[in-house]
Design a protein around this ligand. Structure first.
Ligand code: FMN
Length: 314
């Protein structure tokens, strides 16, 4: 097993990335680049600026994160001014820079994709799995992952505007394998549509409670939220293995969900991932912790250096 990897044509010195949700602004990116990760996913960014839901929106208890942030980000105007700077800063520090985009409509996805294309990001990551967008009348927006034809239409529209850009599609976990197969079939029929898949987004619609039965996170979204961290690690391994067996070999996979150790990285690679990303473990204290990334990278490097039998052959 190699420490680094070629991901969509660009060499990552270390195949560990910081996942979406950590770096929404230039300042956050500057902190993240102090870590020894091989690449960073900025965003998710949307056309309109979005604010964090009111009240407590994130909780980490050592083995899981729950969050109902609601995709806060400074929006198109901010990224118009700062995205190129973010790309350059990441590259100056030897890291790949992917930008995650989200939207309410295909047109909004395309607008964000055009911006990312013009800023020359290494990859546009299309977020098809945010569970935390709710309307004012407290109805949850459709999770695109579970609508294969919406996925197809959005990716087709983006590909038309960005024919030469690397595109990855990020999915929520599929608990119905036939739905995953249906989506993968679209990619087998049109292999140029995407270059990579990122699995997975948080496990949607969990509802943590306090010991007294009240909601742990804000009632603004009825207490529902996305689950991340080590508690979802094996779900992620299953998702990566299923996608690997269904996708054409040309489509690479970034595995994520629960990574908090070097062994977790090894496990994801064994499951079929080319690269691995982490979010919850990097921001578990509320702030970005470059030291957490460093620990995982050091453990992974140690495991690879020892070249023990269990990690050979990948
Ligand atoms: C606080 C927080 C914010 C997140 N924001 C985003 C986001 O903006 N876009 C996205 O695609 N995923 C987002 N995610 C999902 C993560 O990128 C990741 O897919 C998921 O949390 C599983 O990985 P983990 O166990 O390493 O956290 C967020 C996760 C957390 C915990």
């Amino acid at each position: 097993m190699d420490i680094g990897v070629y991901l969509m044509g660009r060499k990552l010195d270390v195949r560990i990335m910081i996942g979406a949700g950590v770096c929404k602004t230039f300042e956050e990116l500057v902190t993240a680049t102090k870590s020894p990760c091989g690449g960073i996913v900025g965003g998710s960014g949307t056309v309109d600026e979005r604010w964090v839901h009111e009240g407590e929106t994130f909780h980490w208890n050592g083995y899981r994160s729950v969050n109902s942030l609601g995709l806060p980000n400074p929006g198109l105007r901010y990224y118009f001014e700062h995205l190129k700077l973010m790309v350059n800063h990441a590259h100056d520090h030897g890291k790949a820079f992917h930008f995650s985009i989200a939207g309410n409509t295909a047109d909004e996805f395309v607008t964000m994709a055009e911006l990312a294309r013009d800023a020359k990001v290494d990859c546009i990551e299309v977020n098809l799995g945010c569970p935390n967008i709710w309307s004012v009348d407290r109805r949850q927006q459709q999770i695109l992952t579970y609508q294969p034809w919406s996925v197809y239409n959005i990716l087709t529209s983006i590909r038309e505007e960005a024919p030469k850009v690397q595109i990855s599609a990020k999915f929520s976990p599929h608990f119905d394998r036939s739905l995953l197969e249906e989506t993968a079939l679209l990619f087998r029929k049109e292999p140029e549509l995407i270059n990579a898949v990122v699995v997975m987004n948080t496990v949607p619609n969990v509802r943590p409670l306090k010991p007294n039965g009240s909601l742990l996170l804000v009632p603004e979204v009825n207490g529902y939220c996305g689950l991340g961290g080590p508690a979802i690690m094996e779900i992620g391994l299953g998702q990566v293995a299923m996608w690997r067996s269904e996708l054409p070999r040309t489509v690479q996979i970034t595995g994520m969900g629960g990574v908090s150790s070097g062994q977790d990285v090894v496990d994801y690679v064994h499951a079929g991932a080319d690269a691995v990303a982490m979010t919850s473990f990097v921001i578990k204290s509320g702030d970005i912790d470059p030291g957490a990334v460093e620990r995982v990278v050091m453990e992974f490097v140690d495991l690879v250096d020892k070249d023990n039998e269990s990690i050979k052959g990948v």
